[in-house]
Design a protein around this ligand. Structure first.
Ligand code: PMP
Length: 409
């Protein structure tokens, strides 16, 4: 695999040329949202310039063109993750909505007091809070697979927790706080051995490494367009066709029906059954363009690039002496992010001081409060990388941390 031509890639992102206080932006908050390359911006502009219309409603030419482009976007996303076809690809607004869709449409109907949902201690609130609240309403119980001191899942504990009482296993593929890459395909096997479904939170994996739903044997997979060079307002729920077929919709309205009388309604075919009302048409089409863009670069090369930057950042941060990093130790494969704390400097203070050097990182609990409780810290700083980031930017991050330390000395 060829290394990425980062200089060429950066040319597609004018936003990276922005300066704050005379310093060029160093954007290291990609796990929150990635930047959007010109060709995706162009797709959005072109759609509104040339094709904008509602879908599935009009017989006029524009509506037909918009409908075809929107439907084909589902095909493109299906191909991107190795799904069988558009029937398995529901467009939502983000990962969170995809989680809630399964929570409401499947969980509320299928779970009862005898059922268990198995999650991990490193779940994002999007899945943790969804299953916790659906469990409260159905009487089901949530259990959490332990995370060990090096940020890995305790697989013995997983095999202990996943039993014939388990109805759903919901796991984050790559942790947005620890960077851990979880063995989702192994967990899928354990879940399936007990006739449970597995829901994979792919928010931090689909944008950053090759993901094939059939290789993993995931029953559900969720991810967000805005973390993979696409726009906000578009997310994806993948579900195996036979499962989605049996599930009832939870949003009602136009487009999701086939036939309506005053007494009864019949649902539309997949995936439209789960896409009530006017969808995010432009964003869906732009997400398909983002898939083309990422495949042109190569998902394996992206995975390697991000892992290398993360390893470099880990080495540099560890060498500082007073920096604690979280997640798997250096040398172990991880997603392109490193969360850390500098001794004696609150993560929020650190991030606002780094902002003075135009270094953009995230500070807070990254929507993993229970995990932070377990780590014994209220917050952490997080640097996260994408296709356009460089080692020099990691050096700038470390230099800015050195400056921040001076302020607190
Ligand atoms: N899961 C994980 C692992 C994430 O990192 C995120 C985004 N921080 C989400 C879910 C939620 O994504 P969104 O805000 O796009 O719904």
């Amino acid at each position: 695999i060829e290394p990425l031509d980062v200089a060429a890639i950066r040319e597609e992102y004018p936003i990276l040329q922005r300066e704050f206080g005379g310093e060029q932006l160093v954007y290291l908050d990609n796990a929150a949202t990635t930047q959007t390359p010109e060709r995706v911006v162009e797709t959005i502009a072109d759609y509104y310039r040339t094709t904008n219309a509602n879908v599935h409603r009009g017989l006029h030419q524009l509506s037909q063109e918009a409908s075809i482009a929107y439907e084909e976007a589902h095909d493109r996303v299906a191909e991107f993750i190795g799904a069988e076809g558009r029937e398995e690809i529901v467009f939502t607004k983000n990962t969170t909505e995809s989680e809630n869709l399964v929570g409401y449409a499947w969980g509320l109907n299928e779970l009862g007091p005898e059922d268990e949902v198995v999650l991990t201690e490193m779940e994002h609130h999007a899945s943790l809070v969804t299953w916790q609240q659906i469990a409260k309403r159905t009487g089901a119980t949530c259990k959490y697979i332990r995370v060990d001191d090096e940020g890995r899942l305790d697989m013995d504990h997983a095999r202990e927790l996943i039993t014939d009482d388990t109805a759903m296993v919901s796991v984050v593929h790559v942790s947005n706080t620890l960077g851990t890459v979880n063995p989702v395909s192994e967990l899928a096997d354990v879940a399936h051995d007990h006739d449970a479904y597995i829901f994979v939170d792919g928010a931090q994996s689909v944008p950053n490494r090759p993901v094939d739903v059939q290789a993993i044997d995931a029953d559900f997979l969720a991810f967000s367009g805005h973390k993979m060079a696409g726009p906000t307002g578009i997310g994806v729920l993948y579900g195996k066709e036979h499962i989605l077929e049996e599930m009832q919709p939870y949003l009602y309205g136009g487009d999701m029906i086939k036939k309506v009388t005053f007494e009864e309604s019949k649902w539309n075919d997949l995936p439209w059954k789960f896409e009530a009302g006017t969808p995010n048409i432009c964003q869906g089409i732009a997400l398909a363009e983002a898939c083309d863009y990422l495949d042109d670069i190569g998902m394996d090369a992206i995975r390697r690039h991000e892992n290398e930057l993360a390893q470099y950042a880990l080495d540099r941060l560890e060498a500082e002496g007073d920096v604690e990093t979280y997640g798997p130790p250096a040398g172990e494969e991880r997603g392109g992010l490193v969360a850390f704390n500098v001794d004696g400097v609150h993560a929020h203070d650190l991030s606002s001081i780094l902002n003075d050097s135009a270094v953009a990182i995230r500070a807070g609990d990254h929507c993993t409060q229970p995990l932070h409780d377990k780590l014994g810290v209220a917050a952490s700083a997080r640097a996260s990388f994408y296709v356009y980031n460089t080692r020099e930017e990691v050096d700038k991050l470390v230099a800015a941390i050195d400056d921040a330390r001076q302020l607190f000395a």
